[in-house]
Ligand binder design. Structure first.
Ligand code: DAT
Ligand code: MG
Length: 149
């Protein structure tokens, strides 16, 4: 089964949107296999966003992600990587469709509430960066037969 890494950013936690955001992935039918609220070190933030290290917004992004706790999660399901990106919406919340997390709750790109892996390979490396194997639970939801034919 495919897995993806999802992180509720400091603005999502501070604004009391953790339950709302987790609920959207639950309601879709995806399976939660790992979740923790944590303070993010500068080292972890810089590794996670390493692909953006030469961008003008990098310093501010690292400052933001380390400013207050995040909720790191791993979700599982068919096509969960692409589907989660659809549920999340476009990078800039002002261009995100209503019904998406960023479209419903965000205004600016620097406070866009949530991260989701952009490809299967990225998901694998991000899950390994954020979670120990023992922190992930493999389990079969009882409703599986009602979600998949
Ligand atoms: P996404 O989070 O949709 O994968 P990304 O990987 O291009 O977007 O960028 C990572 C994060 O960096 C993004 O969620 C918010 C921030 N960011 C991206 N472009 C930005 C910009 N032009 N100004 C400020 N922050 C930006
Ligand atoms: Mg990205």
């Amino acid at each position: 089964m495919e897995r993806t890494f999802i992180m509720i950013k400091p603005d999502g936690v501070q604004r009391g949107l953790v339950g709302e955001i987790v609920g959207r992935f639950e309601q879709k039918g995806f399976t939660l296999v790992g979740m923790k609220l944590m303070a993010v070190s500068r080292e972890l933030a810089e590794k996670h966003y390493a692909v953006h290290k030469d961008k003008p917004f990098f310093a501010g992004l690292v400052e933001f992600i380390t400013s207050s706790p995040v909720v790191a999660m791993v979700w599982e399901g068919d096509n969960v990587v692409t589907s989660a990106r659809t549920i999340i919406g476009a990078t800039n919340p002002i261009s995100s469709a209503p019904g998406t997390i960023r479209g419903d709750f965000g205004i600016t790109i620097g406070r866009n509430l949530i991260h989701g892996s952009d490809a299967i390979e990225t998901a694998q490396s991000e899950i390994a960066l954020w979670f120990q194997e023992a922190e992930l639970a493999s389990w079969d939801p009882a409703v599986k037969g009602w979600l998949y034919e």
